[in-house]
Design a protein around this ligand. Structure first.
Ligand code: SF4
Ligand code: SF4
Length: 377
């Protein structure tokens, strides 16, 4: 029950209301014929992919409007060598490796964290990064390494983790940092020139932290409209309508659909917290997108004592490892191919037997297509 007596379900229902959905779809269908060219909207974020597939929104739009999945899932974009590093850390007898959610199921070069855990390695899947503090307190004779993943949404939690560990003088808590940034990924998709994207919906929760402002450069550089959009069907369809209206008017603007929590500037306190502990890394190799300059964060030098990549540098594999030959995650993350175009989709590769990260992560495009293909409202 929410504080004002409204249940969560009631809150959601407004944003899943069939009449509002039909009204938005009718408006889009009415003006879509005026589009000067087909609108190919990249949803950068895996959370949007999940909602679009779950509610069958892609099937309800006119033929000249398409969704294209993007590189916005932190599990999907993790290159194999980073997973191999987590595996190498977890194989150390003095280490407890902790990470979030789906990460433990993603295959590395030879194994996954989940398989390693089944063989007895001490690997913990946390719901809350701050649980790593408790782990470190309870295991003073071990080193807890938090394998930190996520976009701008989750980085503030890692910053709080470092802040707390410092305050508590917990010397046995380190981080392996894999925090990546959305705008450089958009640059990489657009600079590649292979994906014919001419509109974006941006994830609202990233902008709750960063503000919508992080997308202004992309909008200006590529003259591509971008609407920061929520995750419910009504949000997404309103975002699409705003993009269609811009395209028809020949505009390329940054707009906010999710006005209930997103502002232009975002949460300045959270941004300062992140800036206190992290700085831009020179580059990060993204699965499928390759090295992208200034696309990830690393701990500031004054926190080197918490940097697992430095402390365990001797045992961490660093050579880049490419995907299985059959796997098309790279092309899917670039918006060039769809999951169904992968030969092993639904055959050799299923959520139970994933060959690539896009099938492992519940926010991955292959997983969403496998789970929801054929579903309509
Ligand atoms: S972490 Fe956030 S931004 Fe990234 S795919 Fe998941 S929901 Fe989207
Ligand atoms: S279906 Fe599996 S192998 Fe093919 S692209 Fe998706 S994750 Fe990779």
């Amino acid at each position: 029950m929410a504080a004002n007596g409204i249940t969560l379900e009631q809150l959601y229902n407004g944003f899943r209301d069939p009449d509002t959905i039909k009204m938005l779809l009718a408006k889009i269908a009415q003006i879509a014929p005026q589009l000067p060219e087909p609108l190919r909207i990249m949803e950068v974020c895996g959370g949007h992919t999940h909602s679009i597939m779950k509610f069958g929104l892609h099937q309800l739009l006119p033929d000249n409007i398409d969704f294209v999945h993007g590189p916005g899932c932190p599990v999907c974009i993790m290159p194999k060598e980073r997973i191999d590093q987590a595996i190498a850390l977890a194989q150390q007898p003095d280490v407890i490796l902790a990470t979030l959610g789906d990460m433990i199921r993603v295959p590395g070069s030879d194994t996954s964290l989940a398989k390693l855990r089944a063989q007895g390695a001490d690997i913990r899947a946390l719901y809350d990064p701050l649980d790593a503090l408790v782990l470190a307190q309870q295991n003073p004779d071990k080193t807890v390494v938090f394998f930190a993943i996520g976009f701008e949404t989750t980085t503030p939690m890692s910053a709080v983790l470092v802040q707390q560990a410092e305050a508590m003088e917990l010397d046995n808590l380190l981080l392996h940092v894999n925090h990546v940034l959305v705008p450089p990924a958009i640059d990489a998709v657009m600079a590649g020139g292979e994906a014919t994207i001419n509109a974006f919906i941006g994830p609202s929760h990233v902008s709750v932290i960063t503000g919508a402002k992080i997308y202004q450069a992309a909008v200006d550089n590529y003259q591509t409209p971008l609407v920061v959009t929520g995750f419910e069907p009504v949000d997404i369809l309103e975002g699409v309508l705003m993009l269609v209206q811009q395209a028809i008017a020949g505009e390329a603007k940054l707009e906010i659909q999710y006005r209930r929590s997103v502002s232009h500037d975002g949460n300045l306190k959270a941004q300062q917290l992140v800036a206190d502990y992290f700085e831009l890394a020179d580059a990060f190799r993204w699965r499928g997108l390759g090295d992208i300059p200034a696309s990830a964060l690393r701990l500031k030098p004054q926190f080197n004592h918490r940097n697992a990549e430095l402390k365990y540098a001797q045992i961490l594999p660093t050579d880049p490892v490419d995907d299985h030959k059959a796997c098309m995650c790279g092309e899917i993350l670039k918006g060039i191919k769809t999951p169904q175009q992968c030969k092993v989709f639904g055959r050799g590769c299923t959520p139970q037997t994933p060959m690539g990260s896009c099938m492992v992560s519940s926010e991955g495009a292959c997983h969403a297509h496998y789970k929801y293909a054929g579903v309509s409202l």
